[in-house]
Design a protein around this ligand. Structure first.
Ligand code: GDP
Length: 468
């Protein structure tokens, strides 16, 4: 209670902060992307390649031999699931390697790096430690941000419109529109409608559509089957009685926003310093022009989360702090011969231009890139009807057989892929791409070597290089 006590306490506080921020700085790296974008493989390979760095020449601190060691440590957040690095790495490095289980929810891993300082101070200071806290979370959850500004009626209208344009959507729309939602809620009926809507989201996702809200309907985690995930869009009605289906779905929608969406942004998202957004651009290109247009819109929407000024809720959360760097990376670039990587990067740039302009406006440094976190192929040029086809060779997941493929050529001008979705617009990557389901290649790693990749070291340099 005395002034002296108070002073001691504030000194302790300051010291606590000091040891965190100055003596042992931490950097929170968010890894996101829609499901199957490649988050799990990316984190696993990044960590393995930061521990064994022979394949990381583009990481400047490594090329200067200043990274003395890298090791896993207990993470700071006790209640968050730990990213299961060991199991995922074991899957990729097994004698018969297989892809690890994908991200289903948020998880975290702390990698600590011991670094020798560079430049003038290098002679004066001993090695310092940087804690890199990697936070993995589904991109679907970021999309939910846009729900915060929407009423149930607005959201319903939006989603019913979108359903009309998607594979499997029209039937579900008819089902939802023919429901008399002024009747009393019946839980069995509610579940049926919600299941039908969830199934339509899955169908749309499998057809390459990105915007499938609410995000937890696709990745429910421990909320599966709870009332907060048991609703669906319904055509707005003028006056719905209490206890009606409409009123209850509206209430559950609001509860979803307050109890699911907001806590995620408050507890996890608002603490991120650096972010990588992984995008399966090749998958969307292959799925066709509509899926591309949908992806472009979805990325722009995801990116509003990185521009807190546009949203009062986020502005309060961030309180002046911001994400400093954002990398947009097209994954699985090992499906293409490197001659086409430049085109893939150009497509990625075009896809995220709007989003990147906004982020830049909010003060974050951004970049677009194409990479493969785990290279599953080798390159091969094949003669075909008198010309050279730049192919990639890999082991097919289904048959276990080796084969070389030419997935088709990406357009030189990315605008051929973007713009308004047109019926009958040209399709790209429609040749062998759909059969190119490669298994991870068996690895023979020399001491000091991480798994093979494409440009993972450049990605790491952009994301954390300045802190090493
Ligand atoms: P997540 O849902 O974002 O966690 O996605 P995953 O990391 O589980 O990746 C989904 C799938 O994409 C994997 O099972 C692989 O089939 C494929 N994949 C991911 N990264 C790569 C890569 O670097 N190269 C290749 N060839 N395939 C990849």
């Amino acid at each position: 209670g005395t002034i002296a006590d108070t002073l001691t306490r504030s000194v302790e506080n300051v010291t606590g902060t000091l040891s965190e921020t100055f003596i042992e700085p931490t950097l929170r790296l968010g890894v996101t992307g829609l499901s199957r974008a490649g988050k799990t493989v990316f984190i696993t390979s990044l960590v393995a390649n930061l521990m064994d760095r022979a394949r990381m020449p583009q990481l400047v601190a490594e090329s200067e031999s200043r990274i003395l060691s890298a090791f896993l440590q207990p993470q700071p957040d006790d209640t968050l699931p730990r990213f299961d690095y060991e199991t995922h790495l074991a899957a990729l490095t097994a004698r018969a390697p297989h892809w690890p289980d994908s991200t289903r929810a948020v998880s975290e891993l702390r990698l600590s790096l011991k670094i020798r300082p560079s430049g003038l101070l290098s002679g004066l200071q001993g090695p310092r430690t940087l804690h890199l806290d990697i936070v993995d979370y589904p991109g679907e959850w970021l999309l939910d941000l846009s729900l915060l500004d929407k009423s149930y009626a607005d959201w319903s209208r939006d989603m019913l419109d979108r359903l009309a344009l998607r594979p499997g959507g029209p039937e579900t729309r008819t089902l939802l529109e023919s429901e008399d939602s002024t009747q009393d809620l019946d839980e069995t009926r509610a579940r049926l409608l919600s299941d039908a809507y969830t199934a339509a989201l899955h169908t749309a996702r499998n057809a390459g559509f990105s915007d499938c809200s609410p995000g937890r309907f696709l990745l429910p985690g421990e909320l599966e089957g709870s009332p907060v995930l048991t609703f669906a869009p319904l055509p707005p009605v003028d006056s719905a009685p209490r206890r009606s289906l409409y009123r209850e779905f509206e209430r559950r929608f609001d509860s979803y926003k307050a109890r699911v969406v907001k806590p995620f942004f408050r507890d996890h998202f608002s603490r991120i310093d650096r972010q990588i957004v992984l995008v399966d651009a090749l998958g969307a290109i292959h799925a066709g022009p509509r899926a591309m247009e949908d992806l472009r819109r979805t990325l722009a929407e995801i990116l509003t989360a990185f521009r807190p000024g546009t949203n009062a809720f986020l502005t309060n959360l961030f309180m002046g702090k911001r994400v400093e760097k954002i990398l947009f990376a097209a994954t699985k670039a090992d499906h293409l011969h490197h001659l086409q990587h430049g085109r893939l990067t150009a497509i990625m740039e075009a896809l995220t231009r709007e989003a990147r302009d906004r982020a830049r406006f909010a003060g974050a440094e951004t970049q677009a890139m194409s990479l493969a976190a785990l290279r599953a192929t080798t390159e091969q040029v094949i003669q075909h009807q008198g010309s050279d086809l730049p192919c990639v060779r890999g082991t097919l997941l289904e048959t276990g057989k080796q084969a070389a493929f030419y997935p088709g050529a990406l357009p030189e001008d990315p605008s051929h892929l973007l713009g308004t979705a047109r019926e009958g617009a040209e399709n790209w990557l429609d040749q062998d791409y759909s059969v190119m389901n490669f298994a991870p290649a068996p690895l023979v790693l020399k001491p000091g070597e991480g798994p093979p990749h494409i440009r993972l070291d450049r990605a790491a340099q952009f994301l954390i290089g300045d802190k090493l």
